[in-house]
Design a protein. Structure first.
Length: 211
């Protein structure tokens, strides 16, 4: 569609140039210059109208990620983080640590399910980013289920305290939720709803077996 449109523009411009050439050389030169500038401007955008440079910004974000922990098996896997914290990773789970992890800040991206046992470090908050949530760790042990292909995510607090907020701007509610031991929060992006509830006994049993 875009290439057809450009051909039409080019052909129209060429006809105009050929007609103008019968009048004067200066007019011919001006028309040629305007055509080059216009077509050059079209090339600055992709077919979807995304400004040039968007891909470079995505690449820059990826370059900020340094360490990768991945569990491609069907069994849980325990890993140790540079700050001494431990993570029990569920099946097909990915952790991406920031390049400055354990230096100026402790941040990571999670795609999947994991139980975290976080070591407190004064002045270095522990923050987890998922597709829908930003989780600030104020306690020690909790579980996150946040596979990117799913519409919903869940955070269960086993011990300590957490502050959870939506990672995107909501038209209904942008206030964070503070979780205490034995509480959970569920979020669904499709209906833009985040709710805090108490964990039931079945959830407690399942998470103890996992950990």
């Amino acid at each position: 569609m875009l290439m057809t449109s450009r051909r039409s523009i080019l052909m129209t411009s060429l006809r105009s140039i050929l007609m103008s050439s019968r009048r004067s050389i200066p007019v011919l030169f001006v028309n040629l210059l305007l055509t080059v500038l216009f077509l050059g401007n079209l090339r600055c955008k992709d077919p979807g109208g995304v400004p040039a440079g968007a891909a470079e910004k995505d690449a820059a974000r990826d370059s900020e990620r340094d360490s990768t922990y991945e569990n491609n098996t069907e069994k849980p896997r325990t890993v140790g983080l540079p700050d001494g914290s431990r993570v029990l990773m569920g099946a097909h789970t990915l952790l991406l640590l920031s390049k400055a992890f354990d230096q100026t800040k402790r941040e990571l991206d999670l795609d999947g399910e994991a139980v975290f046992d976080i070591v407190p470090v004064a002045g270095k908050p522990f923050i987890i980013h998922t597709r829908l949530l930003e989780i600030e760790v104020l306690g020690t042990r909790f579980r996150v289920d946040a596979h990117r292909e799913n519409a919903g995510e869940e955070v269960d607090l086993l011990k300590g305290q957490l502050r959870v907020r939506k990672s995107y701007h909501s038209d209904t509610d942008n206030e964070p939720e503070t979780l205490e031991t034995g509480e959970m929060v569920m979020i669904n992006r499709d209906i833009d709803l985040m709710e805090k509830e108490k964990l039931d006994s079945a959830d407690w049993k399942r998470m103890k077996e996992m950990h």
